[in-house]
Design a protein around this ligand. Structure first.
Ligand code: OGA
Ligand code: MN
Length: 292
């Protein structure tokens, strides 16, 4: 159990408490359904860079209010994916385990999010920030876990840092489907989402920290035999997702969480009763920049 403790109170114009050792701070007393001024926005951004995961408690935003709040931090990301009925995803879409009949899907729910990833790393320009607003949460479990890939990189042996310094990896939707044992990418999806290449070690554009940029969307490391690449990727993933680098967020209804995809991996935990309990979160994403 991690205990909240205050961060220097005068550094921020709101109450903020650390809730995790490697990431995570809760912010109390802001109402995100109302417009915020520039000073508040800048302070949120400072806290975001310091804590990587911000949890605003007790929020109640409509989808339009969530879109308006999100736009304080950049350009909203549209989705290439389609809903089961063929419609494009709305800009604020719903992460849910409920089927079209409103009943929990249980074993039938998609499991891609249960694997460590960083959002849209299969795009040339991946996501900067993802925001989830909890509308319905299970009584027990349904956590989102975050692994700090800046700390993971920093703790690597120097020999490994030297070895991977210039490496580049291919990321793709097709590989992601394969790695997560999901139904394979369709030909149309492969055409719409061709593979992209990113550095294995990226530089955080704001903090300039070096970060391991891996996850389940990675296909392979370039210029290396495939089995060697598989072994190295597994080694890096196992290393940076050790419990000592992970913060697990236990959701409360009304939580509004934003996280930094540039220095974290994340995954949903299947540690709840997916067949009987509802877990419904509204999601917005801010576009990032091309990793270097
Ligand atoms: C996401 C995601 C995890 C979760 O929204 O990008 O990976 O716990 N969600 O729902
Ligand atoms: Mn995700």
């Amino acid at each position: 159990m991690q205990v909240a403790h205050s961060v220097e109170s005068d550094a921020y114009p709101f109450e903020i408490n650390r809730i995790g050792d490697v990431a995570g701070a809760e912010i109390i007393g802001l109402d995100l359904s109302k417009p915020i001024d520039i000073a508040t926005r800048d302070a949120i951004m400072r806290a975001f860079l310091e804590h990587h995961v911000l949890v605003f408690r007790d929020q109640d935003l409509t989808k339009d209010q969530q879109a308006a709040f999100s736009e304080n931090f950049g350009t909203l990301e549209h989705h290439v994916g389609r809903l089961p009925n063929g419609e494009p995803f709305p800009i604020v879409h719903t992460v849910t385990n409920l089927g079209p009949d409103g009943k929990p899907l249980g074993e039938k729910m998609g499991k891609g999010n249960f694997h460590w990833h960083t959002d849209k790393s299969y795009h040339e320009v991946p996501s900067l920030m993802t925001m989830l607003h909890a509308k319905q949460v299970p009584a027990d479990g349904g956590d989102t876990q975050f692994a700090n890939t800046r700390m993971g990189y920093a703790a690597l042996p120097e020999a490994t840092k030297d070895r991977i310094a210039e490496m580049k990896a291919e990321h793709s939707w097709e590989a992601s489907r394969r790695n997560t044992k999901s139904p394979p990418a369709t030909e149309e999806q492969k055409r719409e989402r061709p593979p992209v290449t990113h550095p294995v070690v990226r530089t955080h554009p704001d903090t300039k920290d070096k970060i391991l940029y891996v996850g389940c969307h990675v296909s392979h490391i370039h210029d290396m035999p495939r089995d060697e690449s598989d072994d190295l990727l597994a080694e890096l993933m196992d290393h940076t997702t050790q419990p000592k680098f992970v913060y697990s967020h236990r959701w409360r209804k009304g939580d509004y969480v934003m996280w930094d995809n540039r220095c974290l991996l994340h995954r949903a935990s299947p540690n709840f009763d997916t067949a009987n309990e509802a877990r419904v979160l509204h999601r917005t994403v801010i576009i990032g920049t091309k990793p270097y």
